[in-house]
Design a protein. Structure first.
Length: 175
């Protein structure tokens, strides 16, 4: 079982004969894979390139909000800014290119960022060449989560996306 794991990526079926303790190079006559998908607990807010590239919200105790930032096909530089409450209250911004981040730095494309920079912000800056392991792919969405790390506070936040060149495109994101 692979409950809770990502299905994204290449899958390969290996045939293994337990009687001979060897992999089999023969033919497989029949095989079946059944996938069950759970309905998401919460829908994602899509932040498109353009005039309304900002969202303000409120996170309660340990709550998570989900976002999809959808750049244009010609976007070469994108900055996501999470602005949160004053110091002492913590929000974390997590991001991934292939699906919503899990919070696991070993599987997510980017390291989670606290809103602890000057001005109570967390900044994710991507270009088509950086960061080297996971640069921005033109026209491909970035999946984000914003989580309230305070177990006893309700925090207001704003998430803003800035794009370069200035977007002039029609978005067609499917979720």
């Amino acid at each position: 079982r692979f409950k809770g794991e990502r299905a994204f990526g290449d899958w390969r079926l290996d045939l293994y004969d337990t009687r001979s303790n060897q992999f089999v190079n023969g033919k497989l006559i029949s095989w079946e894979l059944t996938l069950d998908y759970a309905n998401p607990a919460q829908s994602a807010v899509v932040i498109n390139s353009g005039a309304k590239a900002q969202y303000s919200g409120t996170l309660r105790t340990n709550e998570v909000n989900y976002f999809i930032v959808d750049p244009c096909d010609n976007t070469i530089d994108m900055t996501v800014i999470l602005t949160g409450p004053a110091p002492g209250s913590s929000l974390v911004l997590s991001a991934d290119r292939s699906g919503f981040p899990t919070g696991n730095p070993l599987t997510d494309d980017y390291v989670p960022l606290l809103n602890d920079q000057a001005g109570n912000v967390a900044i994710l800056h991507l270009t088509t060449s950086s960061p080297a392991p996971a640069p921005l792919i033109q026209g491909q969405p970035i999946y984000l989560t914003v989580q309230n790390l305070d177990f006893d506070a309700t925090n207001k936040f704003t998430i803003t996306a800035r794009f370069s060149p200035t977007p002039k495109c029609v978005q067609q994101t499917s979720i």
